[in-house]
Design a protein. Structure first.
Length: 482
């Protein structure tokens, strides 16, 4: 008898690929709470003619051909936004089909086709294309992972676990596969193995890690490890303070620990967040929610196609496809990540900053987003933007040296408050006593007119890296009194 699947964690179709962030398994209610309804205005512009019967793939065992199904979906669409999202999936199918024809030995074409079929809810076709990808390359990790996800959706947890294990045998650090395996094991009732799998993951304190913390907390409750459960749920609450599930989990853990006041506080917060979520669910119910899902799936499919074009050196085409993906889903991170990386490598810093600003707005709690934007801004000498982003990084994670290092650098290079630059550099040294941080402290101290302390700081740097010529030059300058 199949066990009921735990649907606390659902994969948003617009998650980053191929690097694999845990965000693909975000649970549905948190998704509804954390994203707004942003529809694609008007018709989507395409790189090539819209999907036609000539470039649609075979039906792969479905009761209706892809072309007929696609036409029916478009005909049934009730709004321009829904029609545009469906048309974008059709464009993804066309692009993937071209990729399969042009590069039959590249499994990414099959993967992109599978994702597009998945976006149309054609599960048999999707599975068929993922299996074709494995025929092309038996070591293609994403095919195993997605086949496992489909198995999970059918409640076949044992099969899903085996597929996830196969993916991990090929890529032992694949975060999505680890999270999926833990969920499968939990649904099989193997809580200890599920917990061990999760604890192998390195989880940054960013929103994308919330599903893993939640799952770990739920497993800890099953194992009656209530203190550990409290810690996991508290991390999830910090990352998603307006989502109901983390508060309910934390209330449960505190109750089991006898911490009645704290349990009552979070139970009340759970009720408040649930009511807010209910109201938002009403706002995004029906066709609007369907459009969001279609937009995500369309963007995700296009990103995969763009990645394949980029790998083949066809960067101009890849850029246009990623731009199309970003337009298809205003919340898609993967396309914007790829565009930002492309613009930085191509020497287009202004375009890169535009993408990085969008990403920072999409992930306001992610320190790495603010650091990346600040570093790009420094390259264009936009010190005001760089300073504000570094200050935000420090505010979010005052216990990490990266933000303090960046703030000290910005203040030193922009001619800002020299004393504050010294304070930031000293904080960086206190958190991480590296040679580079001592060098930064020396520069900041010298800029504030404190020559002897600056010499002492660079001497510490040289003790750690005696052969560093830059450190030696700083030491010599200070000794000469320059």
């Amino acid at each position: 008898m199949k066990k009921k699947r735990n649907r606390a964690f659902e994969r948003p179709a617009g998650s980053t690929e191929p690097t694999g962030a845990a965000a693909r398994f975000r649970f549905r209610t948190v998704f509804l709470l954390t994203v707004a309804v942003v529809a694609v205005a008007g018709a989507v512009m395409f790189l090539r003619p819209r999907a036609s019967r000539e470039n649609m793939p075979a039906d792969d065992g479905e009761s209706q051909s892809t072309a007929d199904y696609f036409a029916a979906k478009r005909e049934a669409a009730t709004s321009p936004d829904e029609k545009a999202a469906i048309a974008t999936i059709g464009e993804a199918i066309s692009l993937a089909g071209e990729l399969v024809k042009q590069s039959p030995d590249d499994p990414r074409g099959c993967h992109a086709m599978a994702l597009a079929q998945y976006g149309l809810s054609r599960m048999k076709s999707a599975e068929s294309w993922w299996r074709r990808a494995l025929e092309v390359d038996p070591r293609f990790v994403e095919a195993y992972r997605w086949l496992a996800y489909v198995a999970m959706d059918r409640g076949e947890y044992g099969q899903a676990a085996e597929l996830y294990k196969k993916a991990l045998s090929l890529d032992p650090t694949h975060a999505d596969a680890m999270l999926g395996l833990a969920e499968a094991l939990r649904n099989e009732g193997d809580f200890k193995a599920a917990s061990a799998t999760l604890r192998r993951m390195e989880l940054p304190m960013e929103a994308q890690s919330a599903p893993a913390f939640l799952l770990q907390g739920q497993i800890d409750l099953e194992l009656r490890e209530y203190a550990a459960a409290k810690e996991s749920f508290a991390a999830a609450v910090k990352l998603l303070p307006n989502a109901p599930q983390p508060h309910y989990g934390l209330a449960t853990a505190c109750s089991r620990l006898g911490e009645k006041d704290l349990a009552a506080t979070h139970l009340q917060k759970f009720k408040e967040c649930s009511q807010a979520e209910k109201e938002m669910r009403g706002e995004t119910a029906g066709s609007a929610a369907d459009v969001q899902s279609l937009q995500q799936k369309a963007a995700y499919s296009l990103v995969v196609v763009g990645n394949a074009y980029a790998a083949a050196g066809r960067l101009e085409e890849a850029e246009k496809i990623w731009q199309q993906a970003a337009k298809a889903d205003p919340r898609d991170r993967a396309s914007r990540d790829q565009l930002a990386r492309l613009y930085q490598q191509a020497g287009r810093p202004a375009d890169a900053i535009g993408m990085l600003e969008e990403l920072a707005k999409l992930d306001p709690q992610a320190v790495r987003r603010h650091l990346a934007l600040a570093q790009a801004a420094m390259g264009l000498k936009r010190f005001g933007l760089a300073e504000s982003e570094m200050r935000e990084a420090v505010r979010l994670r005052p216990d990490q040296s990266a933000g303090w290092v960046g703030l000290a650098l910005v203040l030193a290079q922009s001619g800002g408050n020299p004393e504050e630059a010294v304070t930031a550099a000293q904080k960086a040294v206190d958190l991480e006593s590296s040679a580079a941080n001592y060098y930064l402290l020396s520069v900041a101290l010298a800029g504030s007119g404190k020559r002897q302390p600056a010499i002492a700081a660079i001497e510490q740097a040289l003790k750690l890296e005696s052969g560093n010529e830059k450190f030696r030059e700083q030491y010599d300058r200070l000794r000469r009194g320059n």
